[in-house]
Design a protein around this ligand. Sequence first.
Ligand SMILES: Cc1cc2nc3c(=O)[nH]c(=O)nc-3n(C[C@H](O)[C@H](O)[C@H](O)COP(=O)(O)OP(=O)(O)OC[C@H]3O[C@@H](n4cnc5c(N)ncnc54)[C@H](O)[C@@H]3O)c2cc1C
Ligand code: SF4
Ligand code: SF4
Length: 456
Amino acid sequence: METSPQMKIPSDLRGVIDSGMCTACGACLAADPGLDLEMDPSKLVYRPTGVGDERAAGVCPAIAVDFPWLHSKVFPGRQVTPHGVVDSVLLAQSTDIDRNLKASSGGLIKEMLAELLLRSDIDGVIALDEVAGLEYRERLVTDIEDVDRLPGSIYHAVRLDDTLRILREQPGRYVLVGIPCQFEGLYTYIHRHEPELADRIALTVGLLCGWLYSHHSIRAISQYKKVDPDDITHIAYRGGGPVGKLRMVTPERTVTVGRRVDFSYQVAFDRSFNNTRCHVCVNHSNFLADIVVGDAWLPSTVTTRSGISLLICRTPEARSLVDDLEDSGRIVLTEASVEEITESQTHRVVFGDFAYAYADYRRALGLHTPDMFGPNHAETRPAAEDAVAHFHKELVRKQELQARGDYRFLWWRKATKELPRHLKKYLDWFLVRVLRIKSLKGERQELSRDDMAVFR
Ligand SMILES: Cc1cc2nc3c(=O)[nH]c(=O)nc-3n(C[C@H](O)[C@H](O)[C@H](O)COP(=O)(O)OP(=O)(O)OC[C@H]3O[C@@H](n4cnc5c(N)ncnc54)[C@H](O)[C@@H]3O)c2cc1C
Ligand code: SF4
Ligand code: SF4
């Protein structure tokens, strides 16, 4: 087993289970075949069925992620900037309006997957697919027709262990689609235990990722909207335009909830419902993926009618794939810069302003905290300690209420005690994104109207 010199290998997964920081990447299951995943009945996130041993702990991204070592393995010899390895940054949109409107942002992932499946040196795509109701699993897709059946972004906790399982069991070269902590676990496992698997990864398509939610979110919104969560046969969070709506389908009816304006949605998808690891996550920009796709939440895109994707191409091969799609008329694109990554996701998210500070705070309290320092650490502006302490106190209280299923109390809490903070969030959004206050003050350069004219 190869280990990097800096890594201290802990003895088991106890801290991950107790803190509720398992994001179900599946790396420990590959390292310790005696383990499986189950739903934690109180936290409503996945957890391993046992504490495992040093082998399992040594690959778990909720214990440690050694970014310098992983960068040297995944992108050998490439320069690592505070945004990770960057070849180019683009805004792009599928020219297929149906594909675009069904997708979460610009429909870029489906365009890329359909193109890649035509290539003779690629045997398939491993991506998350719907099973039934709230259950999603990854599967091997080899037929182009199946690409458009893959779901848009799924924001509740799902099992992500099948990518590694399929890769280990099926010979072939595959394109993988995944969130950042999934690739952290996958590559740590591969480069520690089965480095030969790395050659079978043709390309990784990563999602930008700000958070995922425990199943308490679904239980809360179901209660507010009078839906039995056990009756949900289909759920979708995005589609139908840039922001999209949450849709919960039961045999009797379909409930549609506006994600930006519905107050109950804002309660049920409050950050306190996130997996706890998301609060200390410093890798929202998916440092280990060859190509990263997210939402272009920019002042310049506020008025567009359909979604636009922000793309980070980390390798020349990824860029050439995007250029091929443009040449064949399947996407339109415009050049952007790393400024647009920060602007669309916020400095706090991209450089871990809150996450690094909160990780320090948790360590000082002796709480389980993953050991990870990304390339963005050099530019972090740590959040103030009193803000972090306030967040932690609120988080502990709200997680207690969630564990008791007291979602009604959480609704009233947001409508009273937390209302000023909640309204300030909307005001900030309006000032920055709609009134473009930063641009008017000369704090940032907008993309020109000509650059944006290619998009719907
Ligand atoms: C949990 C989560 C959090 C996110 N947070 C942000 C954010 O903060 N900022 C931002 O800009 N973008 C975020 N995204 C990404 C964004 O929502 C879109 O997924 C992305 O822009 C791609 O859009 P698309 O239209 O090209 O792809 P789509 O056509 O929507 O395709 C989505 C693809 O992602 C796969 N997928 C869906 N859900 C998951 C999942 N949970 N785990 C693994 N694979 C999955 C599907 O199999 C499909 O292949 C997040 C996505 C997820 C899943
Ligand atoms: S985060 Fe991944 S490696 Fe860690 S316990 Fe969960 S499934 Fe296992
Ligand atoms: S925010 Fe980080 S820890 Fe949370 S789901 Fe996304 S990549 Fe994983």
